[in-house]
Design a protein around this ligand. Sequence first.
Ligand SMILES: O=C(O)C(=O)Cc1ccccc1
Length: 306
Amino acid sequence: MSRIAYLGPEGTFTEEALRLLEPGAERLPSATVTAALNAVRSGEADAAVVPLENSLEGGITTTLDEFAWGEPLLITAELLLPVRFSLLVRPDTGLAHIKRVYTHPAAITQCRGFLNRELADAVVVSAPSTAAAAQEVSLPGSPYDAAIAARIAGEHYGLVELLDDIGDRSDTVTRFVRVTRPGPLPEPTGSDRTTLVVFLADDHPGALLEMLTEFSVRGVNLSRIESRPTGQGIGRYFFHFDLEGHVADARVGEAIAGLHRICGEVRFLGSYPRADGMAPSIKRGMADPDFAGAQEWLTRIRAGRV
Ligand SMILES: O=C(O)C(=O)Cc1ccccc1
């Protein structure tokens, strides 16, 4: 049975994602995304499930930065999960008593409208996860009056659900990924995604355009691009890319090889099946046989067989 680390404790949205991705796995709750990924790096866990982005706020920065800087890992699967937030309190607390709210930063941003409207005077504090917040609020003498978390976390830690579905949008979706130590890639399925981190060789006018050109000329569609600071000073950034397609696809492989030629460092984070099952639309001249045919032609003319 595989051992899978995840952002815990019990009752997080990440646990829900893990149960859907790997129903039979042994679950190892970790206190942070970093700890879950380190459990994989050290061999304590076979894989980890962590949140990567949500449709309202974009990337989960701890995860993006871990993928960029820590020991290399590979994404092998993804899952899209709609999340639903509840306001959870100890049995004696009413809305008017809530002065301090505790929850994960992604929940703060997704419930901002509710917090501004209903709890404008409350202090909102970031927790390591929504379930960690619920667990803390359940302790007698906790400095917090309420947690924002999944209903199931409330049930697990003995809290009362004061309000349900307090997120600003009911259609918000979070994307979770399963990561392993470097090893064989999932086979191409025809509906795949590839994730990369790219560091520039040097900063110059058009550097971003040059990177994008590698994708554009080969008809590779991007599904996410995010810049993150390198920490080496204002204006120094690196880039996260999600692309449609598998590194085994000629157009994707050649685009990444192109980046490798012109950029400082390209970190390949994996090619894996897309959760939405959508197939990329492949432009004329960009399918694998087109690349193979062009290569054969080049070999021929280089040999003078014109
Ligand atoms: O804290 C959790 O429960 C998580 O799994 C992270 C998270 C928080 C809010 C929305 C989606 C994921």
